[in-house]
Design a protein around this ligand. Structure first.
Ligand code: GCU
Length: 669
């Protein structure tokens, strides 16, 4: 059978090498699980399914181990705290010839089970196994931007995976696959609807549907959140206002929150986009983000749930700098948020651009729990036709030093709560899932879901390791092929940036669809929303001066960061035009003028796509034919569109620079 990708990285294909299969035999004679707990049952079944596939043998489940050579699933609620393992963490070790997977919780055992399966899937030895692992971030969450009508905002893999018209009566079996995939990488939360939220999701009709989903996800350790529309007290409750300080409004949210808990007792909480891009919010009533968030936190007080309040806000001010707006609106509120509130900040200050500097809020809010929002769906990153592996981009942000408390104050430490001793922590990713058979559109897009989950669990993992795991679990176990694919993946983000937004340019995507180039966009419905506003090309040069003359946004960062990025002669080229308006003729560290460097990057990006194609072609014999053809076709589109980007941008910027166009302006042979 050809591989349609529907099983994601849980394919469990038979290990081809009989010797390797044999090496696992001494540890896979039985699975022992003492309790009937549903999560443990799921773990045992996953082991059975996985080992059946990987080793081709049926393995029995027993209540207690009477012999050696098996896998024992063990919940040890009173594990000594000296083991330093958090509630969801696990240990895997061998004892008396058995492999023990042990955790304080059932969910921890499930995570450990997937780790053991991953060890076998990726060809690791089980002898002398000793793994201890705890998640670094507490809430590891997918944000679905799925609508009630079945569409997905910025979704490129078909329609919504949630079948609202069928729920609660028919529960699509894909929800179980979704839950397994998430549990296998440690994702423990999901917000099921678009942040541009319809109030519908709070009606009894929808709560019943969401309950059915929550019931499927619960035994996999996944809590459900709902994105809420701030105007719901008016639209649903018939109140005259949604003012967060109005007692009737507060009562409405208290009652609604209680009602939700009747359906979903372990409800995760609310996710809120307020006063952003036309969505309603507390500012409509002269109140602050904190007033709005704290009202919802109060409603959540009797329960375990929380409130996640997004910081993606900006006024469409053509004379301002959007870079500064999240910071400007939220900074005065540091310390004003209820402890149940997490403020969710996008990785960069604009909007999921192909490459952004880290958001200046990270490190600057010692009294507020800040969560990370990454975008797994590739709105500005080639959607589902360009191969772009995102782990290096996620890590670039996480590993950057904010210097907020001296050297080593990385963004990752803000997010995992260690920098300011936050009691909660959150990493969210905007999901790339849809109704496509393979879930994510481009077969390689699955790796971004995978990478997001792995990094949310442990941000110290390397992009290389994550790629290698994913390749071995999905595409091939042949080492040279794996290495070539890994190389393609690791280069893919820089290549994409090279032919779209080189040197720190930003927001040149075609209006609203955000797919092809439109650097010339000069007018749109929103007054600031023009490419010209963002890239600032003129006869002198290119880039947005944020060092003080046009905008002083650089000052939002700590002095060390300002020093790193503030001098155009020293600023890393990848960020140069984010902070400087650089003359076309200025010589850069590469020895070339800005204009020449820009052209070199656009041209090289296209050549590199050609190299990706060549490498892929050379792997044909080793790859499942369906996946091979699928990726091959998409790489062809990518090549065509890389040329489109290159020519559109070079010709457009050339009108400003008036410098000679590279020759020839034709596709490379
Ligand atoms: C981007 C995206 C929107 C989305 C918004 C958000 O602007 O284009 O579709 O609603 O981000 O994050 O809220």
């Amino acid at each position: 059978f050809a591989d349609d990708g529907s099983q994601l990285w849980l394919n469990y294909d038979l290990i081809k090498d009989a010797k390797q299969r044999e090496s696992y035999a001494p540890f896979t004679k039985f699975i022992a699980v003492a309790s009937d707990n549903q999560t443990l049952k799921i773990a045992a079944e996953e082991l059975q399914t996985g080992l059946q596939g990987l080793l081709g043998k049926k393995i029995a489940t027993v209540k207690t181990a009477t012999a050696s050579g098996g896998i024992i699933l063990n919940v040890n609620k009173n594990a000594p705290s000296s083991t330093n393992i958090s509630n969801e963490g696990y240990e895997i070790y061998t004892e008396k010839g058995n492999i023990i997977i042990s955790s304080k919780t059932e969910a921890g055992v499930l995570y450990g089970t997937f780790e053991l399966l991953r060890a076998i899937q990726t060809g690791r030895s089980l002898a002398k196994l000793s793994i201890t692992s705890s998640p670094k971030v507490k809430i590891r969450m997918l944000n679905h931007w799925d609508n009630a009508n079945g569409t997905v905002e910025r979704g490129y893999a078909g329609s919504s995976m949630w079948k609202w018209n069928e729920l609660p009566h028919r529960v699509d079996p894909r929800y179980v696959m979704y839950a397994r995939a998430n549990a296998s990488i440690g994702i423990n939360a999901t917000s099921i609807n678009n942040v541009n939220a319809s109030s519908r999701f709070l009606t009894a009709e929808y709560l019943e549907k969401i309950k059915a989903v929550a019931d499927v996800l619960r035994p996999y350790g996944i809590k459900v959140f709902i994105s809420v529309n701030f105007r719901s007290p008016r639209t649903l409750g018939g109140l005259k206002t949604s003012d967060p300080l109005d007692p009737e409004v507060r009562k409405w949210w208290n009652d609604k929150t209680k009602e939700i808990h009747q359906y979903i007792p372990d409800f995760g909480g609310y996710l809120v986009k307020a006063n952003s891009e036309g969505e309603p919010g507390p500012q409509d009533y002269g109140r602050t983000h904190a007033d709005g968030a704290n009202m919802l936190a109060e409603a959540m007080r009797p329960f375990s749930g929380i409130v996640i309040w997004r910081a993606f806000v900006y006024n469409a001010d053509p004379n301002g700098d959007r870079f500064k707006e999240g910071y400007a609106q939220f900074k005065p509120l540091d310390g004003a948020f209820d402890p149940k509130v997490i403020v969710q900040v996008k990785n960069g200050p604009i909007d999921f651009m192909p490459r952004e500097p880290f958001h200046p809020m990270f490190g600057a809010f010692p009294k507020t729990t800040l969560g990370m929002e990454f975008q797994i769906t590739q709105e500005y990153l080639g959607q589902s036709t360009h191969l772009t592996y995102l782990a290096p981009m996620f890590k670039e942000c996480l590993d950057t030093d904010t210097y907020a408390k001296g050297q080593g104050s990385t963004v990752a430490k803000v997010i995992d709560g260690s920098l300011y001793n936050a009691s909660n922590s959150l990493m969210a990713g905007v999901a790339n899932t849809g109704s496509d058979d393979n879930w994510c559109g481009h077969p390689f897009n699955q790796s971004n879901w995978y990478a997001f989950g792995r990094l949310a669990w442990d941000h110290t993992l390397s992009s290389e390791q994550i790629a290698s795991e994913w390749i071995r679990m999905t595409l091939t176990q042949t080492k040279p092929t794996e290495q070539k694919i890994s190389d393609m993946m690791l280069k893919s983000h820089p290549i994409y940036v090279s032919y779209t937004y080189p040197l720190g340019t930003s927001h040149m995507m075609g209006e609203s669809h955000h797919y092809g180039p439109e650097p010339w966009l000069a007018k749109s419905a929103r007054p600031d929303w023009t490419s010209v506003y963002y890239h600032r090309a003129d006869s002198i040069g290119l880039g947005f001066d944020r060092t003080g003359k046009v905008s002083n946004a650089l000052q939002l960062y700590s002095p060390e960061v300002q020093k790193k990025w503030g001098n155009p002669d020293q600023c890393p080229l990848d960020y140069l035009l984010w902070f400087h308006h650089v003359p076309w003729t200025k010589k850069l560290s590469t020895g070339r003028s800005l204009w020449d460097e820009l052209c070199v990057r656009y041209y090289d990006g296209v050549v590199q796509v050609g190299n990706l194609q060549k490498t892929w072609e050379s792997l044909k014999a080793d790859i499942d034919p369906e996946i091979f053809e699928n990726v091959k076709g998409r790489l062809k589109i990518q090549e065509k569109e890389a040329l489109w980007w290159r020519d559109a941008c070079v010709l457009y910027f050339g009108e400003h620079s008036k410098m000679p166009l590279p020759k020839p302006l034709t596709p490379p042979q």
